[in-house]
Design a protein around this ligand. Structure first.
Ligand SMILES: NCc1[nH]cc(CCC(=O)O)c1CC(=O)O
Length: 313
């Protein structure tokens, strides 16, 4: 049992998705005998409606939570792992990556339409350069429309007829009980998810030995290895924090034990250029596997693809 007598303060954003994610971690800790209270923290990303790449990328969701950890206003914080910048934060540690949800992206289209059913010129909403690039690269004549806001707002654009479809992370829809809105889970051959998509990161102060130990019981080794490979790839490639990079690593039993299979794509936002590569390696070598695949992409010209001009600007 823990020698800690106080309640663990768990910091979370106040969005519906963040709260569901935070509650799942709070429940898992309570099952292990801890007292937990949620502390809602407002981030710049929640207040501003500006496009994410203008206000500093997805890191804006994370900074306020990290400040609360470092200021000891909270003891642990739950993040969507894909929103966590690849650079480690001084004094903090990702003490748990719990078992990951299905990381694929989902098409939520009107009338249950699949990608291949969408008419030429169909309006598809996404604020993600990665999704935009891969949607355009399909060559289906889709019109990609910029979009921000929470999951309900985005789904509302399809429900009210403003858009033909939106693309969202399946994991977020699942956690919010909105899988009913999904018309097609996108095949990674067509749409590779963001590094870390579908996984959570539970962060705490690195010197809080007792809590680091307690959180380690929530960690899932296969999920951690997969996201480690995806994020080390991103860290090498990342020119800016909204780089159009997709990566998906899967752990599977191979001849020599658990193996990682990773696929990655870099694509220009206009969809005219894309490079895909894959590699296999050991779970223990996850970090190096991602890094090496990133260097192979760079050898094939990834830098020029990532730096290609945004078609809208
Ligand atoms: N960028 C926002 C964000 N951060 C995490 C998720 C979904 C949940 C996850 O990937 O774990 C979403 C929404 C989305 O991309 O549809």
């Amino acid at each position: 049992m823990t020698g800690r007598t106080t309640t663990l303060r768990l910091g979370t954003r106040a969005s519906a998705l963040a709260l569901v994610q935070a509650r799942s971690i709070a429940d898992a800790l309570r099952e292990r005998g801890h007292d937990v209270e949620l502390v809602e923290i407002t981030t710049k990303g929640d207040v501003s409606r500006a496009p994410l790449d203008r206000i500093g990328g997805t890191g804006v969701f994370v900074t306020a939570l990290r400040d609360a950890l470092l200021d000891r206003r909270v003891d642990l914080a739950v993040h969507s792992l894909k929103d966590l910048p690849t650079a480690p934060a001084d004094g903090l540690v990702v003490a748990a990556v719990p078992e990951r949800e299905d990381p694929r992206d989902a098409l939520c289209a009107r009338d249950g339409l699949k990608l291949s059913d969408l008419p030429d010129g169909a309006q598809v909403g996404t604020g993600s350069p990665r999704r935009e690039a891969q949607l355009r690269a399909l060559g289906l004549g889709l019109t990609v429309v910029g979009l921000r806001g929470n999951v309900d707002t985005r789904l509302g654009k399809v429900a009210d007829g403003t858009l033909d479809a939106v693309v969202l992370a399946r994991a977020g829809l699942s956690r919010l009980g909105r899988l009913d809105a999904v018309s097609e889970v996108l095949d990674p051959m067509q749409m590779l998810p963001a590094p870390g998509q579908g996984a959570l990161a539970v962060e705490c102060r690195a010197d809080d030995d007792e809590l680091v130990g307690a959180l380690a019981t929530l960690d899932d080794a296969a999920s951690r290895a997969a996201v480690t490979a995806e994020r080390s790839l991103l860290a090498v490639l990342e020119a800016g924090c909204t780089a159009p990079v997709g990566a998906y690593a899967e752990a599977a039993e191979g001849e020599d034990g658990l193996e990682l299979y990773i696929r990655a794509v870099v694509a220009s936002r206009d969809g005219t250029m894309s490079i895909r590569k894959s590699a296999t390696g050991s779970v223990e070598g996850a970090e190096r596997l991602g890094r090496e695949l990133a260097h192979e992409l760079l050898d094939d010209g990834a830098e020029a693809v990532i730096d290609a001009r945004d078609p809208a600007s």
